[in-house]
Write a protein that binds this ligand. Sequence first.
Ligand code: NAP
Length: 253
Amino acid sequence: MAIPFRHALVTGGGSGVGRAVALALAGEGVAVTVCGRRIEPLMETAAQSPSIHALAADVTDEASVAALYEEAVAARGPFDIVIANAGMAQSAPAAKTTLDLWQKTLAVNLTGAFLSARPAMDTMRKAGGGRIVFIASTAGLKGYPYVASYVTAKHGVVGLMRALAAEFARTGVTVNAVCPGFVETGMLDESVANIVATTGRSEAEARAALAATNPQGRFIQPQEVAAAVLWLCGDMAGSITGQAISVSGGETW
Ligand code: NAP
């Protein structure tokens, strides 16, 4: 499998899934620009490969994304791969979900995904090819308790992906979503800490409860998510579009 594209944007590339995706793409010879709000973790990702450049940007801020595109495109050419991965998840019972949490969750996970990909759409279309991959979640395919805003946002991401796949079907641009179950990253650690704080369960019990949601009884590794992304970006995945691919040990299908 070869990747017939040159420059990828990976949002949230300073940690977890985003870092694994950036390293996987760089390993295939793709120039990668990673973004996030904090420059330090991005620099740590960039230190692992000369193909990776780090630029701070907030995906919820249109002007910040525009500035990122301007600098990255001037330096290394247009993005022909966009991996919209930046996200956040904070749990709360639905009745206690504040408007602030609701809006923040939609802003990062849904609006941020749209804003991250939008500036690349016309250039990909004119170039006759490209790849847009949204890192959604199994929460984009089924409901979970205590994360109403996150589940709503990720269902929105899957809807956005389907709309774009239909719109770009004749252009050579494919649009897909990768939907992981619980992945062993900082986000998972936060979920575990929240369960411990709100239920009094031990950390081991909380981790076991989350791992049990996966029929394989384990957490997904970031590199497994990256492998699915890599395949979607490859030359042999040109007919795969409009798909929400579950990377979850069979939790959803
Ligand atoms: P993570 O390590 O917490 O990564 C989230 C990344 O998003 C961070 O690098 C963060 O960097 C960035 N980010 C957050 N808000 C941002 C903003 N406004 N602008 C730019 N970047 C922003 O967690 P992860 O598990 O790798 O999550 C990556 C993606 O996978 C997310 O979309 C998440 O919903 C999805 N996912 C995770 C799991 C899981 O169990 N871990 C399961 C399914 C799906 P800064 O803080 O520096 O901005």
